[in-house]
Design a binder for this molecule. Structure first.
Ligand SMILES: [Mg+2]
Length: 381
């Protein structure tokens, strides 16, 4: 079969290159392209000589034509897809030289392409969202101690603090962690406090609530066992009975779900008596000495002692301090700010204040808490 004269001359430079690579007998080339000498005589010599090298044959020219059409198809697909500028189209064309455009049945379906575009849009949207202030807010938790931080010790939170916390809740997630049980925390922060705040951790988180739903509850009774518990309680009651302090009232031990609260003066004292004992204890160190004795006597019980509030100290298993509550929130938040007043060593906020999972802030009063929250959280949103 003879190829028509001019076919070889009409292919583009890249196709000619592939013809050149194809090689072959001179005779076949002349059959395919006609007589080169005739062409030169007609004035096509320069063009023909430049584009169809010696050695081309009919088969390689036919292959070149197929490749050329594949390149054009590939380029047109690229253009149809919006491949962009001429350089991109040329790149697509060169790619097409090596690889044929797949038949339509092997191409991605329009549904697939639509899904892929939607996936890309969502990915871009997520990256943009993750840098937005609203996303940063949703990954920040402001966690508060109660006594001395949100309220004056054992007093109810005032209206200013309640309004401040309501406003704060609209900006970041808010949690409460107190050593007291739910009844006492509700007396201070208002009835239904477990529903009011995103998280409420009573007894250091041993009784944990999220949006009013009970998450978990731990038991000291199960941890120690009845025998050890009875031995410990007997010793504490004997120790308190032998204490020589100005006044004593009732309820020296309060048994809570996850801890014991021990008070040398007794929890039934009035507010004036509380204040008086706190002043006395600062001088006499009654609670500190009692904790030292218990720590030595029951060293093998695995207990921790924490002096908090004005008149008592807490006893609970090691690791059941305020850091216990972090297990419920650490995976959901990138930043956890903790605000507490007793952050010194031996204070009931010390462990969570020192924890590497939190950014700790020491406050001196409810007013100071508002000031520091504004400075460390609200001003940075
Ligand atoms: Mg406190």
């Amino acid at each position: 079969m003879r190829a028509r004269r001019g076919d070889g001359a009409s292919v583009c430079a890249s196709v000619c290159a592939s013809v050149a690579r194809g090689g072959g007998a001179a005779r076949e080339a002349r059959e395919a392209l006609g007589d080169e000498d005739d062409a030169r005589e007609r004035g096509d010599a320069g063009r023909l000589g430049a584009r169809v090298p010696r050695g081309a044959n009919a088969r390689t020219v036919r292959c070149a034509r197929v490749r050329c059409s594949a390149m054009r198809a590939s380029a047109s697909v690229a253009v149809a897809r919006g491949a962009g500028d001429a350089k991109t189209r040329m790149r697509c064309a060169r790619k097409g030289e090596k690889k044929k455009v797949p038949p339509k049945k092997f191409r991605h379906s329009s549904t697939h392409r639509r899904r892929r575009r939607r996936h890309h849009r969502r990915a871009i949207s997520f990256v943009a969202h993750s840098c937005s202030p609203s996303f940063v807010m949703s990954r920040t938790l402001a966690l508060f101690d109660v006594d001395g931080t949100l309220t004056v010790p054992r007093k109810e939170a005032d209206d200013v603090m309640k309004a401040f916390m309501r406003a704060l809740k609209t900006k970041v997630t808010v949690g409460i962690v107190g050593g007291s049980d739910l009844v006492k925390i509700s007396e201070q922060l208002g009835e239904g406090a477990e529903k009011e705040y995103d998280y409420l951790f009573a007894e250091n988180g041993l009784v944990a609530f999220k949006h009013g739903e009970l998450l978990a509850k731990q038991s000291l009774k199960a941890f120690l066992g009845e025998d050890k518990l009875k031995t410990f309680l007997n010793f504490v009651l004997h120790y308190v009975a032998d204490l020589d302090i100005p006044i004593k009232r009732g309820t020296f031990i309060e048994f809570r779900a996850g801890m014991l609260n021990v008070s040398p003066i007794g929890r039934n004292c009035s507010q004036e008596e509380r204040d008086e004992f706190e002043r006395f204890d600062k001088e006499a160190g009654v609670r500190a000495k009692m904790v030292e004795v218990l720590r030595e006597k029951f060293a093998d019980y695995g207990l921790t002692y924490s002096i908090g509030g004005q008149i008592s100290f807490d006893v609970f298993p090691q690791g059941w301090d305020k850091t216990y509550c972090l297990q419920f929130v650490e995976k959901d938040f990138d930043v956890i700010h903790f605000f507490g007043d007793k952050t010194y060593k031996g204070g009931n906020d010390h462990e969570i204040f020192e924890s590497e999972k939190t950014i700790g802030h020491t406050v001196t009063s409810p007013e100071d808490t508002r000031k520091q929250v504004t400075e460390h959280i609200l001003d940075k949103l």
